[in-house]
Design a protein around this ligand. Sequence first.
Ligand code: IFM
Length: 446
Amino acid sequence: MSLKPSPSPSRRSILTAGTLAAALATQSHAAPAPPRRVGGEGAAPFLWGAAIAGHQVEGNNVASDIWLLEQVRPTLFREPSGDACDSFERWREDLQIVRSLDLNAYRFSVEWSRIEPAEGQVSRAALDHYRRIVLACREAGLAPVVTLSHFTSPRWFAAKGGWFHPDAPATFARHAERVIRHLGEGVSHVVTFNEPNLQLLGEWGRTPDPVVRQTMADMLAAAARASGSDRFSLMNTGDAAAMVAPVLEAHRLARQAIKGIRPDLPVGMTIALPDDQAVGPDSRLEDKRATVYAPFFAQARHDDFLGVQTYSRSLIGSDGPLPVPEGADRTQMGDELYPQAIGGSIRYAHAQTGRPILVTENGLATEDDALRARFIPAATAAVIAARDEGVPVIGYLHWSLLDNFEWFAGYGPKFGLVSVDRTTFERTVKPSARVLAGIARRDLSR
Ligand code: IFM
């Protein structure tokens, strides 16, 4: 049986078995840009940028776990990632676009499966590739924010049991050390894990859809068989609560390894964090917070920053999550259009951790770029208001630079500031990108 996700699944269905409940980066030859700073001389520059992730844009990540899941039957993926945006080849063009928008930061992820396609066999060429991106970012005046794990892992890692294998934290830490040693001085910030709480978020307060849950199990079993294993386990699938401890251990070991090489390099992780709002006196809001965020906040208190990724708000009643209010505008992912959400989530994340907050993702999926052009000023105003109140927000990275592969939902949802022709891969900068550019320019020239 092959189950296709609904045309506009909840954003929380990206990779989560839990929704299972809700049916679930031209090497610039421009002269180096002067550092742009806000907050006075000596202050770190506020990071205004755009984000992407390897598997969603590079294309042909054939050694990764998710590539395999796209190929097996049944699969929950609407379509395979294929060539994606061909960014493994066209990354210089992508950087040039970011540069041309006068942004000063670029978030991208390294694909572990390209760097270590077979266990213990390290591709120097792949490491060099990512090093060239870091160097080109620096030449273009862009701070490279590097994600080590953005959902994908090598296929061999998943077939060994993924994060449940006892060696997983140490294996990931070795990978982290290798990457940072090779990428060198240029890296600005490291994100170890992207949204390791996503499945918890998707599952909380919802009854799993039995058909989707079964299809997930069948898809993973097919991938295990195809890998000659009896298991296939990856981030945000399987037992969400049981995955928290090994992933946090992997984060700690990776952080330690990175600090051993570059003690000055800020290290953190990102979490999926809607602006949760209590409805009624018996709201289960605190229950949600304890389950979905608390373990990650506890770790973040020991980190250099926390990456916050907010797309909308979530209303929480006495029985759990409430539906999007009647008549509210929605994005292609089914989220309520609510750009001010990012203000609430960064205040909350900072209050809980006391750490600087980096908005590592914020945006919306829409075919209507005029909507994005209105969303961006409202969302960034909420960020700036929080910053003006004294919340140490260190940057805003819009998701996403490109219209890209949105996991289960394939190429349907359009998150990009830039569209990508699916046949020629030609990039076209959308008007909303200029809106973000204008806001960044004004803020950085204050
Ligand atoms: O595309 C994803 C990204 O990979 C992780 N955060 C949410 C985005 C939009 O759903």
